[in-house]
Write a new protein. Structure first.
Length: 243
């Protein structure tokens, strides 16, 4: 395979990964607490493709790894007593099906059993490691430090977790994260009742980038087609001369 085709194919693969990532970001612009993914590009030294001048290996672009932008999304007021948002760094801790999960989406509800759960039904954890038992009636109040009170009585304090290295967090679904690294208590985070955090995806920016990457992909596709045509013409010319 010639250098032009190899370079074009490598570039197309990297752009396809970027397109998938951008499309997923755009699909989650309305997902509460969603954190946008971005790509980290690097160069792969290809032993198959050599430079035209000195025969040295060529470098091809690739998405080395995606990374998550954990910057805070805008907080919007809802007025709901069970709608909670975090101002500052940190995550709500919940009991997932296979262990602890962490989320910025504080759209909670009360289960039929009287527990505070996420929209998926995962129990919200407290600092004691237990869930909250909420009465069906009675005003619910959540203080900035996560303490939950009902009818003047303290029910517990929400576990607000944080990580010194957020690269250890892996996405699970669109609104949850899991980590093999133990969490620590978030410092400086405040719980705001009656608000929800919006996705931090910049819809306009993502749409512009999506169009740009699509155009790059089309140009690389044309380059690959041109390389195939040149190879075919070269083969035909050799066959004509040989005959």
């Amino acid at each position: 395979m010639d250098n032009l085709t190899i370079s074009a194919a490598g570039g197309m693969q990297a752009r396809m990964e970027s397109l998938d990532m951008l499309a997923n970001n755009l699909a989650n612009t309305e997902t509460g607490g969603y954190k946008t993914d971005r790509e980290f590009y690097n160069l792969y030294v290809s032993a198959e493709a050599t430079g035209a001048e000195n025969g040295s290996p060529s470098t091809l672009p690739l998405v080395e790894r995606p990374w998550t932008d954990f910057s805070q999304g805008a907080l919007r007021a809802t007025g709901g007593a069970l709608d909670l948002a975090l101002s500052g760094k940190g995550f709500f801790a919940v009991d997932g099906p296979s262990g602890n999960l962490f989320t910025r989406n504080g759209s909670f509800r009360v289960s039929p059993a009287g527990s505070l759960v996420t929209t998926e039904g995962y129990p919200v954890r407290t600092v004691s490691g237990e869930g909250l038992s909420i009465q069906p009636t009675g005003a619910l109040e959540v203080s900035p430090d996560g303490t939950v009170l009902q009818n003047g009585q303290t029910l517990g304090r929400l576990e607000i977790a944080d990580f010194s290295d957020t690269s250890s967090l892996l996405k699970q679904g669109s609104g949850y994260f899991r980590s093999d690294v133990p969490s620590q208590t978030a410092s400086g985070a405040q719980v705001e009742q009656g608000k929800l955090e919006s996705s931090n995806v910049g819809a306009a920016e993502s749409a512009v980038r999506l169009v740009s990457v699509m155009r790059q992909f089309e140009m690389l596709q044309k380059a690959a087609t041109l390389g195939a045509q040149m190879n075919r013409q070269a083969v035909e010319e050799v066959a004509r001369v040989a005959s």
